[in-house]
Every structure is written in structure tokens, then in C-alpha cells.
Design a binder for this molecule. Structure first.
Ligand SMILES: *Cc1c(COP(=O)(O)O)cnc(C)c1O
Length: 814
């Protein structure tokens, strides 16, 4: 399908770009300059398809989904675009003929880290699937000047450095100043009477900021669809009064510019946690307003009757961060389009849909009324009215159940509850894995489920196989394609056809060899970046995800310390060599998470240096975990650590990436782990620990006492004691006291000690299983073969059919 790829023309274009953009020859250009020349050459190739796509959407008057997300964790574009264009081989050849090594060039692209973790990566996988399935879609977000910080490890501690991903420009984006729009903050609301006696609301004395879109092409796989990721930049309106043009005016104008641009300066680096900062609220309204305005404007350019809006646009809110879309659409329909409240509300609730990503209270967005009403007076007024009408409904239905009405009010205790706004203003509320949705319905959102049972539905998360298998693990991808054909690229359930091959010795051998080669490659990376030698014949046991107490990296590291103690006490014991690998960023303000990073690195140092254990345990902390590094880690994993406290991880998607790359999971019955177990079968996964029901019961009854475990498990007691007796940090024995206290005196909120024994036992079972190399390989093959459900193609099809009512639109180029 790479019909329009002409190798000679491409080479000519790269040389031309090096000359015209960089004033260099291919011999004198830097690798970065060559990368840019290549990226621009590809963007040129894509542009005709991009134009054709939007022309087709216009002609067919297609319904469009706007996927609103504060985060898009895209990862690098070059390699992914080449896969979706099916032009990787040709481009590699073309570059080789110019004397350029493709792999060197690929590493030159900065990794656009405009997200924290799973939520932002989900949005990126969804865009890939939307384009591949030919659904008309825009991703809408913020063009942060600085994405997630770059993590350095210095003396075992995380040190954050600003990410400067735009330093050399971004060849994939196009600035589209002609689509700029105004976003209003502050000021006051004036009420006027219209001719018909109704009120007209006018925003006055506002501070107006210009939103300027930058568009990035999103290619479908093996088709001509090119959708758009639209990221908004902020600019001040600068009105020069040339009569008063003096030093002061000029200074003021430049200051304004600077203040406006701070809105998009930086991504908030918190995962599953809110900080409640004014600037964050500004970011939210800024991109929501610009996106919703654009959607309505686009609709109006073709249609007259706004009642048809739900036939032509759907808005999906990725968590509550964009939930002001509900109020912003109401504002546009009422204030600018003159619709009545009831008409506007009817349209808004048909257009909007909300995805819930967490049940943890510290992640639920609540904004102080004082801040909200000062920053967004008209939006606040609309939310007040939504709340007033909603509470009236509740009063009729629940009569004197005042407690329930108080719980459900969108505004209460001086706060605006964004999740409640999103639920009331949407026709669909979905969780992201079966268990998560059940917990929403039966616990966290029970009141709302009872009121609106029809709104609730589940959409189990997924990942794109184009990035997470084809791009990340080319050798395994090639083996699979050689064995069952390439249908899996667009239908991941095709992997089922691998099941019988687990009994085929030749296939198993090739499968094992590929895993081994991937492990060698990772060993080289770790040697280069960590200066640690790891043994590719050891078990690679990997936990990579944001550092969070609920994800329980602490359980993992305490278990490693326990294993080390065992090995020290019994040097001749039968011990299969193990390599434990971590990758994790902690939010810069999350002190305990950062201390856990220091703990992992401290334990790593002690164990890696200890010559008496003959290298049987190695511990590695990979710096700066991001999408590009993830692509190196998943293919090399033997064991996938998915050990969150049951009920806490809404879905997880890292678990799916591991499975797709043939790692076997050790995990709790949490999030999508449960569905992975259902797919792969109990015999191909290692489950341990409390269930979600048990965890929830303990919280209710408050009858878990971690000291009971301390008193009965002496191996674990030794590990805990080592946290505070100077064993780990002789120069400062108190260093890890906080962690010790959180476990024993703080109630062990995440059941680390409670689940420890079950975890250790399950690790023993895993190592026994691993020793049988043939049987283990069969398990790995089964994990790959049964991962079909977890394609984001399946997830997106469900969203399109069950929430958005969206039809695919085929694009052709003549
Ligand atoms: C997939 C992914 C995540 C999410 O991982 P979980 O284990 O589901 O928390 C986070 N960060 C990156 C870079 C990812 O690729």
C-alpha cells in the first residue's frame, strides 16, 4: 500500500531538505539535522493523504469524535509513521544508500512526553486505532513547551530536569494561526434583557488569551486516513496603541505575552493525584474552550440547526480534566447561539461522554468555588444552574433523603466536584476495566448508578499492536507474520492462531531465541547506561510504571531484600539467577515515592556490589522511564510485575504490553489483570494476594493490623528491621524510617505486609516453572496468543459503536 513511495524521489527530497533547511550537505550535516530532513520528507509524503482525509470527511459530512485529553504520551513519531505507511524497509534502504544508518537517525527524535503515564499513553494508542479503523477523529490537547521532566538518578535519588522537546523545533507539527481562537478568563458577567424578555449574559472586562492550534498528522495503518492531533498553544493579544507607543506600553505588551504563555509552559507531573493549582484550572479551560469552539464552528460551517449537533459531533472527556466541556458547550449554545437552556442541555448531554480513570480520592478533582468563580465567572454561573436544576430533580426523586442529595450535589462544601459535573452532563460514563466499572457502580458512584443506570458502561483499555509489537519487537513480529500471516496488524485476535504452535518444537526454539536476543540487547543498554553487567540467562523480572504507593514497588523491593537475605544465609542454596529491573518516575512533590526510588537504588547498590552472591541477583533502576525506553524493556521481559493493591489500579495497560511481548504476569486480581487471567487461563498467569473485595472489607472494618504480620513472619521482620538499623544506610540509619513507619505505624494502607507472604510464595512457584524451559516457553506463547482482546482497536470499536455512534469513513487517493 506504500504505492506512492518512490525511493529515488525520497532520497532527492532528503538531500534537498538538508540543503534548504540546514544549509548542509549530507556529509556535513549532523544526525539531528538528517533526522529533521527525513521527517520533513515524510511529512511531505503524508500531506496529500492528510488533505484527502479532511476533504472526504467534509464531502461525506461525517460525524467526528473529539477526544479531549490533558495528556497525549505519543512517543516518537518517525518509526511509528514508517510502520503505518508500510515504508520502513524502503526508507532504511534509501538512507543506507545515502550512507546513513536508520537506527542512529531514529534515536535523534526527542520523545514527546506530553503525559504522565497510562492515561496519556491510552490517548495516544486510541489515536492510532482511530486512524487505523478509519474513524473521523481529532485528538485535542495542550502543546506544553515542557513535557514530563527528564529523570536523572544522582546518588540514588531522583533529580528532575526540564524536558526541552521543542528545542530543535518539531518537524511533525504545522502551526495553523488561521484557526486561532479567543479564550476568556476573569472579568464579570453582565445581564441584559433580550427583545423577548429573556436574559442575555455578557462577559465583560475579561482577560482574553489567543489559542493557536498546532496540528500533527496521525496515520492509520495500511490506509489513506490521516487524522489530526490538535495541540493548543497560548499567545497574548497585543494591541499596540502607536500614539502611546513608549517604553511603558512596549514593556507591558511583552509582559502580557509572557504571562499568557505561562499557561502552556509545563505539564503537571502528577499521576493519579491532583494539586489544585490555579494555573492547572486555566490550562483546562484554555484547551477545552478552544476545542469546543472549534467543533461548533466546524459544524456551523455546514449546518444551520444546532439540534443536529449530536448527529455530527461526539466529545469524549478523558477523565474529569476536560469536564468543563459540558459547561463550555452550554455557554456557546446559550450565550452565542441563543438557544434555550433546555435545548442546549439536551444537545450537550447527547454530545458529551466521560471516562473515569480512578477511584482514589486524592485523584478526584474538586475546585474551590472562590477560585473557580473568580477565574471563570460565566462557566461557574452555568455550573451553578446545572447544579440547581439537578438538585431539584433529586429533591423530587429522593424527597427528604437530604444526606443523599448533599452527597450528589455538584457544588457543595465550597467546592465544585468535577466528576459529578461530568456524569450529570454526559450520556455515557465508562470505567476502563470490568472490575473498575463494577466498583464504580457498586461503591464510588453508587448514587449516580442508581439514578442513571443507563449511562454506565465498561470499556476495557487496550494498546496498539503497531507500536507495542511491530515497532518495539520487530523480530517477534516477523516470526509471528512468518507463522500466521500479517492479519494481526489490524485484527489482533488473529494471534489465537499461534496456540497450536506452542506444541511445535521448531517454533518454540525460534521464539526462545528471539526473547534471548532481546534480552542481550537490553543487557547492552543497561551496561551502557547503568554500567551494570546483567546475565541474559537470568530471569528478567520487570516492574515499569509510575512510582506510586498503590502500585507497590515497595513490595517488590522488600521481596528482593528478602531473597538476598536468604542467599546470604544459605550461600549454597539452589538459586536461579534473577535480574530485577525497575523504571519509574515519581511526582516531584511526592516525598515518599522519591524515598522508595532511593530505597530501590540503595538495595541495588548493596546487592550488585556483593561478590559473595556470585551475581545471582542483580537489581537495575533504568533512568527516565518513557515511551522510547518502554519499547526497549517490554520485549526483553520474562516476568511482568502487576502487583497493585487490589481495587486500586483501574486497568493498567503496561500489563497488556508485557503480555503481547510474551512475558508472564505475576499479579493481583486488579484492573485488567483479571481479564488477562480470563483470556490466558489460570495455568498461564501467577495470581497472588488479597482480592478487591477483601481489601474493601478491611477498609470498612478497620481490622487489619500490620504488627500481626511483623510478629509472625521473622524473615519479613528482618527485612523491616534492615530499613532502620543502619544496614542499608549506615551513615544515616534513619533515612528509611518514614517507609518503616508507613508500614507498621501508619497502618500499611496498601497491604504490603499483608500480601508479602503470598507474593514470596508465588515467586517461588514462578521460578520452578521457569526452570522447565520448554513449558515456560509454552506459557509465553500462550500469553502472546491470547492477547488479542487487549488491542486498542477492539476498545475503540466499542467506543465508536456503543458511545459515539460513529461510522468509519474510507479515504482513497486517486
Ligand atoms: C504503558 C505505559 C504506562 C502505563 O503503565 P501501567 O503499568 O499501566 O501503569 C506508563 N508509562 C509509559 C511510558 C507507558 O508506555
Amino acid at each position: 500500500m506504500n504505492l506512492d513511495f518512490n525511493k529515488e524521489e525520497f532520497k532527492r527530497q532528503v538531500l534537498e531538505n538538508v540543503k534548504t533547511l540546514k544549509r548542509k550537505t549530507i556529509e556535513t550535516a549532523t544526525k539531528q539535522q538528517i533526522y529533521q530532513a527525513v521527517a520533513f520528507a515524510l511529512r511531505d509524503l503524508i500531506t496529500d493523504r492528510w488533505i484527502a482525509t479532511h476533504k472526504t470527511y467534509e464531502e461525506k459530512d461525517a460525524k467526528i469524535v473529539y477526544y479531549l485529553s490533558m495528556e497525549f504520551l505519543m512517543g516518537r513519531a518517525l518509526g511509528n509513521n514508517l510502520i503505518n505507511l508500510m515504508a520502513k524497509k524502503e526508507v532504511e534502504e534509501a538512507l543506507a544508500e545515502l550512507g546513513i544508518n536508520y537506527n542512529d537517525i531514529e534515536e535523534e527524535e526527542p520523545d514527546p512526553g506530553l503525559g504522565n503515564g497510562g492515561l496519556g499513553r491510552l490517548a495516544a494508542c486510541f489515536l492510532d486505532s482511530l486512524a487505523t479503523l478509519e474513524y473521523p477523529a481529532y485528538g485535542c490537547g495542550i502543546r506544553y513547551r515542557h513535557g514530563i521532566f527528564e529523570q536523572k538518578i544522582v546518588d540514588g535519588y531522583q533529580v528532575e530536569q526540564p524536558d526541552n522537546w521543542l528545542e530543535n523545533g518539531n518537524p511533525w507539527e504545522i502551526r495553523r494561526s488561521e484557526y486561532a481562537c479567543e479564550v476568556k478568563f476573569g472579568g464579570n458577567v453582565r445581564v441584559e434583557k433580550k427583545e423577548n424578555g429573556e436574559d442575555r449574559f455578557i462577559q465583560e472586562n475579561c482577560h482574553t488569551i489567543i489559542a493557536v492550534p498546532y496540528d500533527i498528522p496521525i496515520l492509520g495503518y495500511n490506509n489513506y486516513t490521516v487524522n489530526t492531533l490538535r495541540l493548543w498553544d497560548a499567545r497574548a493579544i497585543i494591541k499596540f496603541d502607536f500614539n502611546k507607543f513608549d517604553q511603558g506600553e512596549y514593556q507591558k505588551a511583552v509582559e502580557q505575552q509572557y504571562l499568557a504563555e505561562t499557561i502552556v509552559e509545563v505539564l503537571y507531573p502528577n499521576d493519579n493525584h491532583i494539586q489544585g493549582k490555579e494555573l492547572r484550572l486555566k490550562q483546562q479551560y484554555f484547551f477545552v474552550s478552544a476545542s469546543v469552539q472549534t467543533a461548533v464552528k466546524k459544524f456551523k460551517s455546514k449546518h444551520n440547526d444546532l439540534k443536529d449537533l449530536p448527529k455530527k459531533i461526539a466529545i469524549q472527556m478523558n477523565d474529569t480534566h476536560p469536564s468543563m466541556a459540558v459547561a463550555e458547550l452550554m455557554r456557546i449554545l446559550i450565550d452565542e447561539e441563543d438557544l434555550s437552556w433546555d435545548e442546549a442541555w439536551n444537545i450537550t448531554t447527547q454530545v458529551c461522554a466521560y471516562t473515569n480513570h480512578t477511584i482514589m480520592s486524592e485523584a478526584l478533582e474538586k475546585w474551590p468555588v472562590e477560585l473557580f468563580s473568580r477565574l471563570l465567572p460565566r462557566i461557574y454561573q452555568i455550573i451553578e444552574e446545572i447544579n440547581r436544576r439537578f438538585c431539584l430533580e433529586l429533591l423530587i426523586r429522593y424527597k427528604d433523603d437530604h444526606e443523599r442529595i448533599r452527597r450528589m450535589a455538584i457544588i457543595s462544601d465550597g467546592q465544585v466536584k468535577m466528576a459529578w459535573l461530568a456524569i450529570v452532563g454526559s450520556h455515557s460514563v465508562n470505567g476502563v476495566a470490568a472490575l473498575h466499572t463494577e466498583i464504580l457502580k457498586n461503591q464510588e458512584l453508587k448514587d449516580f448508578y442508581e439514578l442513571y443506570p443507563h449511562k454506565f458502561n465498561n470499556k476495557t483499555n487496550g494498546i496498539t499492536q503497531r507500536r507495542w509489537l511491530a515497532k518495539a519487537n520487530p523480530k517477534l513480529a516477523a516470526l509471528i507474520t512468518d507463522t500466521i500471516g500479517d492479519g494481526w496488524f489490524t485484527d489482533l485476535t488473529e494471534l489465537n492462531k499461534l496456540v497450536p504452535y506452542k506444541e511445535n518444537e521448531a517454533f518454540r526454539k525460534k521464539f526462545m531465541e528471539i526473547k534471548y536476543e532481546n534480552k542481550i540487547k537490553l543487557a547492552e543498554y543497561i551496561k551502557k547506561h547503568n554500567n551494570i553487567e546483567i546475565d541474559p540467562n537470568s530471569i528478567y523480572d520487570i516492574q515499569i510504571k509510575r512510582l506510586h504507593e498503590y502500585k507497590r514497588q515497595l513490595l517488590n523491593v522488600l521481596h528482593i531484600l528478602y531473597l538476598y537475605n536468604q542467599l546470604k544465609a544459605h550461600p549454597d542454596m539452589d538459586f536461579y539467577p534473577r535480574t530485577f529491573i525497575f523504571g519509574a518516575k515519581a511526582a516531584p512533590g511526592y516525598r515518599r515515592a522519591k524515598l522508595i526510588i532511593k530505597l530501590i537504588n540503595t538495595v541495588a547498590d548493596i546487592i550488585n556490589k556483593d561478590e559473595h552472591i556470585n551475581g545471582k541477583i542483580k537489581v537495575v533502576f533504568v533512568e527516565n522511564y518513557n515511551v522510547s525506553i518502554a519499547e526497549k524493556l517490554f520485549p526483553a521481559a520474562d516476568i511482568s510485575e502487576q502487583i497493585s493493591t487490589a481495587s486500586k489500579e483501574a486497568s493498567g495497560t503496561g500489563n497488556m504490553k508485557f503480555m503481547l511481548n510474551g512475558a508472564v504476569t505475576i499479579g493481583t486480581l486488579d484492573g485488567a489483570n483479571i481479564e488477562i487471567k480470563e483470556e490466558v487461563g489460570d495455568e498461564n498467569i501467577f495470581i497472588f494476594g488479597l482480592t478487591a473485595d477483601q481489601v474493601i472489607e478491611y477498609y470498612k472494618n478497620r481490622n487489619y493490623n500490620p504488627w500481626d504480620i511483623y510478629n509472625t513472619n521473622q524473615d519479613l521482620r528482618l527485612v523491616l528491621t534492615q530499613l532502620i538499623n543502619g544496614f542499608l544506610s549506615p551513615e544515616n540509619p534513619e533515612l528509611f524510617r518514614e517507609i518503616y513507619d508507613s508500614l507498621l505505624n501508619g497502618g500499611d494502607e496498601y497491604f504490603v505486609l499483608k500480601d508479602f507472604d503470598s507474593y514470596a510464595q508465588t515467586h517461588r512457584r514462578i521460578v520452578e516453572a521457569y526452570k522447565n524451559r520448554e513449558e515456560w516457553t509454552k506459557m509465553q506463547i500462550m500469553n502472546v496468543a491470547k492477547s488479542g482482546k487487549f488491542s486498542s482497536d477492539r476498545t475503540i470499536k466499542e467506543y465508536a459503536e456503543e458511545i459515539w455512534n460513529l461510522e468509519p469513513i474510507h479515504v482513497s487517493v486517486d
